[in-house]
Design a protein around this ligand. Structure first.
Ligand SMILES: C[S@@+](CC[C@H](N)C(=O)[O-])C[C@H]1O[C@@H](n2cnc3c(N)ncnc32)[C@H](O)[C@@H]1O
Length: 222
């Protein structure tokens, strides 16, 4: 049986997550980083010279604010109304536009296109790539960039990985995380129409700690 996404349940899960984020995280300044470690790994240069960008599963919005500060026209989409409320309050005056929607619904319903679409431990991690990647490709300008990061797959655990929120008692809130090897991601991007695809795991700054999977691809220039 394929993964059974229940978007209302996932929204509640992410609302709980968003409500639990400390104020200090939202009060912190803009920063664009792909990894879970401060001052580690590449930055916004992976998006090339994009003039417009969409962050899918934008969370706290710090990356969007960093891009907006560089003159990029930035849009964000996130499933959680609580998260979107907090992001809009914090970054609304920086020129960042944020929509509250499920990413597949949002991409199906817009005719806007972007130079870059990106996700930092965001919606790419939580959405079926067979549905998401072709939609992203269709909303990118020719030569546009898709870039995303997330934790690497745990060996032998590939495809949708179910995850309960907050332990194993109480209301059954769950979501799915999609994990593949770098090679698996290359295949998924290519079959969705991307070129110049690259996928690799960047080691953590401390030996033996969890690294970061970083994937990029471009739509054909036409
Ligand atoms: C782990 S957070 C990380 C986000 C961000 N990079 C940050 O720094 O805060 C993942 C985000 O993805 C959003 N998300 C999860 N599934 C989604 C979906 N199907 N559509 C849109 N957003 C989604 C969640 O609401 C959450 O804010």
């Amino acid at each position: 049986m394929p993964a059974q996404h229940d978007i209302e349940s996932e929204r509640e899960l992410w609302d709980t997550y968003a409500a639990g984020i400390k104020d200090e995280v939202f009060e912190a300044g803009p920063v664009f980083r792909w990894t879970q470690y401060a001052s580690h790994g590449p930055g916004a240069e992976l998006l090339g010279s994009a003039a417009s960008a969409l962050e899918i599963g934008c969370g706290t919005g710090r990356a969007m604010a960093a891009l907006a500060g560089q003159g990029v026209e930035v849009t964000g989409v996130d499933l959680s109304p609580v998260m979107v409320g907090r992001v809009s309050e914090r970054w609304g005056s920086s020129g960042v536009r944020v929509h509250c929607a499920e990413v597949l619904d949002y991409l199906r319903g817009t005719d806007e296109t972007w130079d870059a679409v990106y996700s930092v431990f965001g919606a790419v991690w939580f959405t079926d790539p067979l549905k998401l990647l072709p939609l992203v490709a269709s909303r990118l300008n020719p030569g546009g960039v898709l870039a995303f990061s997330q934790p690497p797959a745990i060996p032998g655990a590939y495809g949708p990985q179910g995850m309960y929120k907050g332990g194993f008692a109480g209301k059954a809130l769950y979501t799915y995380r999609y994990s593949y090897t770098p090679r698996g991601w290359l295949g998924l991007l290519r079959r969705s129409g991307f070129e110049s695809v690259e996928a690799s795991v960047l080691d953590a700054p401390t030996e033996g700690h969890i690294g970061t999977l970083i994937v990029t691809g471009r739509t054909p220039r036409g």
